[in-house]
Design a protein around this ligand. Sequence first.
Ligand code: R5P
Length: 293
Amino acid sequence: MPDMDELKDAKQYYNDMPQKTEGFFLKGSNALDWGMKNRLARIFNPESGRTVMLAIDHGYFQGPTTGLERIDVNILPIVPYADTLMLTRGILRSIVPPATTKPIVLRVSGGTSILKELSNEEIAVDIEESIRLNVCAMAVQVFIGGEYERQSIINMTKMVDIGTRYGIPTLAVTAVGKDMARDARYFRLATRICAELGAHYIKTYYVEKDFETVCASCPVPIVMAGGKKIPELDALTMAYNAVQQGASGVDMGRNIFQSDSPIAMLQAVGAIVHNNEIPEKALDLYQTLKNQS
Ligand code: R5P
């Protein structure tokens, strides 16, 4: 039993100090619930407001992608250098140690392969599974202009509704079909539709011209997808331009795990994303770290 008299003397209410009511650091996210914000604050660094997500979910429609043949051998050692890991439940359960503290973004749409029409996806993971796996967000592919556009949009809105019940954010991933134009006009359309329909943050590709208008017209954070492997300086420049033009980080796969030194590349991208390092300096960092390893 605590000593009541002693406690009474020690009480201090700081009457002259109003309690702080802080806004949430992430664009468009202030009206979300506590659990939702807490998960987003694990994905996005509250200091920089940005994230470096490592995407290794490619196998869910294209099998053992180059660099992802042995995730235990090639990917687990580089995970500590990413802020967030984006992957499927199959890889998470079978390979990633549950002792990891890395925030997980779980791929929850699926059902197609590169052998068929990719936009014909469904929701492929129950919400209970996302809760069991303690994920920080659920990722759904959205095919604006694709053959199964409506179905993919409804997949996303369903996850937004279900995720909102449990405080788990939904990441809308804008997919570009083979015949679609990759320009700012298309990405403004795709990202805005996803945001209007409730996505908590959105992954989209970088475009050279007017990318800042894609970010400006999207009311929630955007993360940049990497795309196919390009030379390191080009990938670093793309990441730099994306964050300088309004993206809240990157979600990169092949340009990390297909690099000669994925650990060095992740750190170089991190310097750009969190410290606004310029691409040439980030490349120097990459080369130095690569030579050390
Ligand atoms: C593709 O649908 C996957 O969702 C990947 O997560 C995405 O493409 C990002 O990886 P990458 O940087 O290799 O394009």
